[in-house]
Each structure stands twice: as structure tokens, then as C-alpha cells.
Design a protein around this ligand. Structure first.
Ligand code: F3S
Length: 755
């Protein structure tokens, strides 16, 4: 349908020469990850050897995908870039803003009414700038991408952490913030630290109750939620080739839960089958033509310990079904141990709800295998003990599973089908009674199970499992039920056992859909009006930030000296604030409200130097802004760690903070500050942090000679009339200094576009 075959052709045409050049340069066989990365360099043919975990490299991704919550700010920024069209194929997917409550049709209608202005904005801006638009109800971003856009050996970025799902079809697909998406759509390079590589060798073959989900649940148990940080995970071995492409997608999807940059798999027959089945025989033909470049060199998988920074081996013949949780996806328990572990920890074992689907697990194979269990309920005179829900990943999957009778089968066990959207996976689940905050257990086939994630109840114990196991456990209503060994008592009082799940990897009659929910953009969007109501409280067009005034910054008031951890969540809180993601002024009312004030140890309580009174951080900053006085934020170590949320840099910029001075920055946040034209500097001597006093007025000197590697000077004017001064470091390169001077990177892009 909407994929870009010409772009894929170009990627494959240039791949052999680039891979060959990289192999020569590096002087050894290459992993698949290296082949894809080296063939997507911004500068073209590889000419430098990059050091894993050290070198920062500019890449040229092939695609951008955005979900509706994060797309708002990404596209508001893109509008500032002054480009008539996006530079690479891009899509928007309306999936995060639909509340699951009554059932698919009604919930979808409610969402269309409640989110009308956001959807109108996203569809009009997509239409104008050549972006494919997937309407609400079309499906979840990652499932739609896998079905339509992902291709072996490609590189994609997406404004959602589970963008990594496309690794199941052999891509390098990475989750980023909206500012990065904006840059790539505007035709700029995208920077990434060259990752370290973790190899996962799968031997044996999945069988019985074990599913691809169990591979990643096991890996999460081994690596924990941080073990993949800065790494790309490459899977290989006989266990990989015998697995479906969508199963690989599930594994890649949950790579986000181990903190991995992404995960990927070499091109194989399962991928070819999936491409053909989803109407992309032409992509399969092209991929077959460059097959050897779409997997690692043979020597790499023969002696993996020589080529990966870390190696894990899992024998699928011995792998058991797992339940991961509660409250964290890396607490892995094999099903045979769950009884004793649950008892030892006092976890509630009665299952209230089983939920299948989501971007992680809603393939045709997943649903058909789960349906094979649901069928046994009637056949064996059983009764399903827990509630059961399904969130299909796309309209194409939903339509096909309805045609093939699976939805009927689920209907017979009393299941509820929610809209093709994120719903309960992202807390958009209006679960009846959740507000009572009762202790209870649910099992789901999603990827995350942090407290409150599904239904907002901190006492919901959520366990992650394969859709097959979720279905079996929902039938049994008991967390400690091991379907491989345990019996159930049916309505006639007989002891019965569930047969192991079975199903089809792909629909034998092929996929079908009536309306996939896709809107192609206008060929020429120049006349398209972008719809944003000036009275909206959810959307606000951006105004360009002002350029630097050309002088040193003097007389800045100290807004806050943050103590200890100050993550992007402390700087720009999520939760209810997410509603305002497309409205910079409104969301700025959460600026730094989570940061701890060094001087009184309180959050959201700082001294207004104009009145001497204490008040919330955003209101205090607004008072400085109204008085036309700049301010400075002082931070501790690793300031801005957490997500790549650009709001954490845009809010202070919007409210008139001029400088962020810290002991150290989390790198992505530091870059985001630079992109927004903010000055981010670090203490040359971290002990100087102690010199900052509550009533300080601060000057930054040296800006008229601002140059790479040249320190700046900070002068503190204390309330007692004394002054102190010290040096601060910065990491601005020539280009970033230009961003600072212009008032932000977008101001430069716009100028270039106009030239
Ligand atoms: Fe949506 Fe949950 Fe996936 S929020 S994108 S279904 S991880």
C-alpha cells in the first residue's frame, strides 16, 4: 500500500559497496548491525572506523514514524523548519489517545469526539507536508509499521520507545524524541553513539506452550531493565530461523524493556513469507537480491564470542513459558516455579483479567494460537474464570481474525474486543472499580507492567506473558496454574487438561481488510491549511525563539538550585500533563515542579527574588519573564537523565530561562538544550556548585568569544555585596554555537530553507 519501493531500491543498491568498504576498513567480518549502520552513514561510503560505545556518528535514517501523543510537538516544530515537504517518508499513527472502556466501536467514537482538534491538526499537517496519516482505529503504530513499512536492512527512527518492534523484520529501528524526528524530516543527519553489540544465540526450537515472548522474558530476566543500555541486540542461530517473523517482532519489541537501543534479526524465509503475505512480494524480491548483506558474515555467527561485546545463549528446547512481574518486566519466573514464588511473595493469585493484544503480541499467529485455547473452553465443558479482553494491533489483523472466526471464538468465552489501539497498555483503560485501588492480579501480553501502567491502580499486580499463557491463565483464573502439567475441573466435575496451543503463522487465505484507515497526503500540499484553533488548550502553534542579543548574559536571577536527581520527569512531568504535549505554554506550567530546591528541600517551592516570597517554580519564572529578567537553573550530576522528551528543554526556553548550569548533563538532554538555543554549561570544578546562594544574581561572561573548547566565566553577585567567579565548561561545537546565536537550530534550518 503505502511503502516506498523506490527508497528501498536505493538502500539496497548502495548497500553492497558500503558493506564492502566497511569490511575493509574494520578489517574483519561484520555483524548484521554493523552492516546496516555502516550503510546508513550520513556521509555515504564508510571512511572511518567507529568505536563501539564511544564514537558519535551521523546517520541517515530511511523513515520516520510518529504516534499521536508525541507527533504533536514533533510536527509543531517541523512547521517551524520552513520546508515544503518531509525529506524522508514519514507517517503519523493515531493510537495512544483512545480510551478502552465499552468496546471497540463506541470507544473509537468517543475518542474521535474528545480528541477531534488533535486529530484534525495531525491529519491536516500530515496532508500538507507529505506525511502518511493512519486514522484512529487503523491500528497501533508498530504493528502498522511492521505490516506496511519495515524492511530488512533498513533504518528507521520513531517517536515511541517501542519503535524497536520493526527489528523483527530485520531493521535497525530506534525510538527517539520529537526533536530528532523533526531534524530527520527536515533533511538533517541523526546522531547516535555507535552502540555496543550483544549477541543472543538461540539453539533448539520452540514447541508446546513456549512462545517467542518467552525468549525475551528470559532475556529480560538475564539482562534486567538496564542491561541493554547503549547496546544493539542481534539474535541468531537455528532457533531464530525456525521462528515466525512476527514472533521476532515480539522479541524486538520488548528489547525496550532491557534498555537496548534496538534489536535485530538477519533476513530469512520467515521474513520473506511475511513480506509476501502482507502484499510486499516486490520488497521480498529486492531483499533476496542482497541477501548476503542482510545477515552477518558467516564467520561472525560461527565464532560469536569474537565479534560481540556480550554473548547470551538460550536453548529453546529447554525454555519454559515465563511470567514476568509484578511491577517490573525483568522479574522473570518460569511457570513451573510460579506457585512457590507467588506464595513466598504473597502475590494475589486469583486472576481478575487476562488481556491479549497490543503492539507486542497481536499477530495473526498470536491470535490464532490463543483462539485454539479459547475453543477448548466449550469443547471441554470449562468456564472462563477471569475477564478476557483483546486489543488487536491493526485493522488488517482485526478484519482477518474476524473473517477467520477467531473473534467469534473469543466472544463465546465472553471476551471484550477493544479498539485497534494502545488502550490498556498505556493506562487508557477505564477499568470499572480501579479507583477503589484494591489489591488484584491481571495477566497481559503487553510489554510493560510498572505500577499503575494499565489501570491507574497502584495495587494491580500485572504479569507479562505470551498471549497463549495469558489465555490459559484467564481460563483457569489462577496465577499458579501450569497448563503443561496441571488439570482443571470442568462444569461436570471432571478433570481436564488443556491441549498445547496451535495456530497458523500467517492466514492461509491471506490478509484482508476493507478500510485499513490510511490517508495518503496531497501530492502538492502547499494549499492545505493546518487547523489549530487559537483558543485550544491542547494545541498551540510555536513562535520562533528569539536570537541571542549578542552580549554577555548579565543580571540573571537564580530560579532554582536543584538538589540530587533531576530527570526529565522532574523537569517536565508526565501523567496528566501529557494532555498538553501540543501546547507549549500550558505544559510549561509543569516546568521543574518535580525538582528539589537545594535551599529548603522542597519541590515546586522557590524564592521569587523580586518579592522575596516563595512559590511554585513555573509561576516564579513567569514573574521574571514578565519583568523581562533572565534566569538561570543550577543542577547536580547527570541533569536531565531519563527520556528524550524535548519539552524538558523547550519549557525553560519558552519561559525565559537563559542558562542551565550543572555538575554534569545527561547527553540527550544537553543536546536538546542546544537545539532549542539554550546555554547549557557545567562547573569546571564541581565543588563550585556549593558557592551558589539562594539570592544570587549571576553573569555569564565570554559569550562574545564563544568558541569550541573555550571556557566561559560565571560571576556570582551575592546578596551581601560580595562577588565570586569561576570557570565553566561547555561542549558546543561550531554548528551548535550557531544554533545558540540564532536562538535555536530550527531558526537556522528555516533560514536555509528560505535561501
Ligand atoms: Fe501502544 Fe503499548 Fe505499544 S502504548 S505502542 S501498545 S507499548
Amino acid at each position: 500500500m503505502a511503502f516506498d519501493i523506490e527508497m528501498i531500491k536505493k538502500v539496497y543498491e548502495r548497500m553492497p559497496a558500503r558493506v564492502e568498504a566497511a569490511r575493509k576498513l574494520v578489517g574483519r567480518p561484520l555483524t548484521l548491525t554493523e552492516k546496516i549502520l555502516y550503510s546508513h552513514l550520513w556521509d555515504g561510503t564508510p571512511a572511518t572506523v567507529f568505536e563501539r560505545g564511544k564514537s558519535y556518528v551521523d546517520f541517515a535514517p530511511d523513515r520516520v514514524a510518529m504516534q499521536d501523543a508525541t507527533a504533536q510537538m514533533a510536527l509543531l516544530q517541523f512547521m517551524q523548519a520552513g520546508r515544503p515537504k518531509v525529506a524522508v517518508p514519514s507517517t503519523v499513527h493515531c493510537d495512544h489517545l483512545i480510551t478502552a472502556k465499552v468496546g471497540s466501536a463506541e470507544d473509537l467514537h468517543t475518542a474521535e469526539v474528545t480528541n477531534k482538534e488533535v486529530y484534525d491538526f495531525l491529519s491536516s499537517v500530515s496532508n500538507k507536508y507529505g506525511i502518511g496519516f493512519w486514522k484512529p482505529g487503523a491500528g497501533i503504530i508498530h504493528q502498522v509499521v511492521l505490516e506496511n513499512y519495515a524492511f530488512p536492512g533498513g533504518m528507521m527512527i520513531g517517536t515511541d520507545s517501542h519503535t524497536v518492534n520493526a527489528g523483527g523484520l530485520g531493521m535497525i529501528a530506534i525510538g527517539v524524541g520529537g526533536a530528532d524526528a523533526c531534524d530527520v524530516m527536515a533533511g538533517l543527519p541523526w546522531e547516535l553513539k555507535f552502540p555496543k553489540l550483544i549477541g543472543v544465540k538461540l539453539t533448539g526450537k520452540l514447541s508446546g506452550w513456549t512462545a517467542p515472548k518467552d525468549v525475551i522474558l528470559k532475556v529480560a530476566g538475564i539482562l534486567t531493565v538496564k542491561g541493554g543500555t547503549g547496546c544493539i541486540v542481534e539474535y541468531f542461530g537455528e532457533g531464530v530461523t525456525s521462528m515466525s517473523c512476527t514472533g521476532k517482532g515480539t522479541i524486538a519489541n520488548m528489547g525496550a524493556e532491557i534498555g537496548a537501543t534496538t534489536s535485530t534479526f538477519g533476513y530469512d524465509e520467515s521474513m520473506e513469507r511475511y513480506l509476501r503475505s502482507t502484499g510486499r512480494a516486490d520488497v521480498a524480491e529486492l531483499a533476496n537480491g542482497v541477501k548476503s548483506h542482510l545477515t552477518a558474515d558467516a564467520e561472525v555467527y560461527a565464532n560469536p564470542e569474537k565479534y560481540f561485546d556480550q554473548l547470551i545463549e538460550i536453548n529453546l528446547d529447554e525454555l519454559e513459558p515465563h511470567l514476568n512481574g509484578p511491577f517490573t518486566p525483568d522479574l522473570a519466573t518460569p511457570i513451573s516455579k510460579i506457585k512457590e514464588v507467588a506464595e513466598a511473595n504473597g502475590w494475589p493469585t486469583k486472576i481478575e483479567v487476562g488481556l491479549i493484544g497490543s503492539c507486542t503480541n497481536s499477530s495473526y499467529e498470536d491470535i490464532s494460537r490463543a483462539a485454539s485455547l479459547a475453543k477448548q473452553v466449550a469443547a471441554k465443558n470449562l468456564k472462563t474464570k477471569a475477564e478476557f479482553t483483546i486489543t488487536p494491533g491493526s485493522e488488517q489483523v482485526r478484519y482477518t481474525i474476524e473473517r477467520d472466526g477467531f473473534l467469534d471464538t473469543f466472544d463465546q468465552i465472553g471476551a471484550k474486543v477493544f479498539a485497534n489501539a494502545c488502550g490498556p497498555c498505556i493506562g487508557m483503560w477505564a477499568r470499572v472499580g480501579a479507583e477503589k485501588q484494591e489489591k488484584n492480579t491481571i495477566v497481559h501480553s503487553f510489554n510493560r507492567n510498572f505500577a499503575k501502567r494499565a489501570d491507574g491502580n497502584p495495587n494491580t499486580f500485572a504479569f507479562v506473558a505470551s498471549p497463549e499463557l495469558v489465555t490459559a491463565l484467564a481460563i483457569a483464573g489462577d496465577l499458579t496454574f501450569n497448563p503443561a502439567t496441571d488439570y482443571l475441573t470442568n462444569e461436570k466435575g471432571e478433570k481436564v487438561k488443556l491441549d498445547a496451543p496451535s495456530g497458523d503463522e500467517l492466514p492461509t487465505k491471506g490478509f484482508a481488510v476493507e478500510d485499513a484507515g490510511y490517508l495518503a497526503p496531497a501530492e502538492d500540499g502547499s494549499g492545505v491549511q493546518v487547523v489549530v484553533s487559537p483558543t485550544s488548550d491542547r494545541l498551540q502553534l510555536l513562535d520562533p525563539f528569539a536570537a541571542w542579543e549578542g552580549t554577555d548574559l548579565k543580571g540573571l536571577k537564580l530560579l532554582i538550585k536543584a538538589k540530587g536527581k533531576c530527570t526529565t520527569d522532574h523537569i517536565s512531568m508526565a501523567g496528566p500533563w501529557l494532555k498538553y504535549r501540543g501546547h507549549l505554554d500550558n505544559i510549561s506550567n509543569n516546568m521543574l515542579i518535580g525538582a528539589v530546591n537545594f535551599f529548603n528541600e522542597k519541590t515546586d517551592n522557590v524564592k521569587n527574588q523580586l518579592t522575596g516570597e516563595y512559590g511554585p517554580v513555573p509561576a516564579t519564572q513567569r514573574a521574571y519573564k514578565a519583568a523581562n529578567i533572565g534566569s538561570i537553573v543550577v543542577g547536580d550530576e547527570n541533569y536531565g537523565e531519563g527520556s528524550s522528551r524535548e519539552h524538558a528543554a523547550m519549557e525553560p526556553r519558552h519561559l525565559g530561562v537563559r542558562v542551565v548550569l550543572t555538575k554534569s548533563f545527561a547527553r540527550i538532554h544537553e543536546t536538546n538544550l542546544k537545539k532549542q538555543g539554550m546555554l547549557g554549561v557545567t562547573f569546571a570544578n564541581p565543588a563550585d556548585y556549593d558557592k551558589i546562594q539562594e539570592n544570587d544574581v549571576i553573569d555569564i561572561l565570554g559569550l562574545t568569544d564563544f568558541a569550541p573548547g573555550k571556557q566561559l566565566t560565571v560571576v556570582l553577585h551575592h546578596a551581601d555585596g560580595t562577588t565570586e567567579q569561576f570557570l565553566v565548561n561547555h561542549t558546543y561545537n561550531e554548528q551548535q554555537i550557531e544554533w545558540f546565536k540564532a536562538g535555536g537550530a530550527l531558526n537556522i534550518i528555516r533560514k536555509q530553507a528560505a535561501a
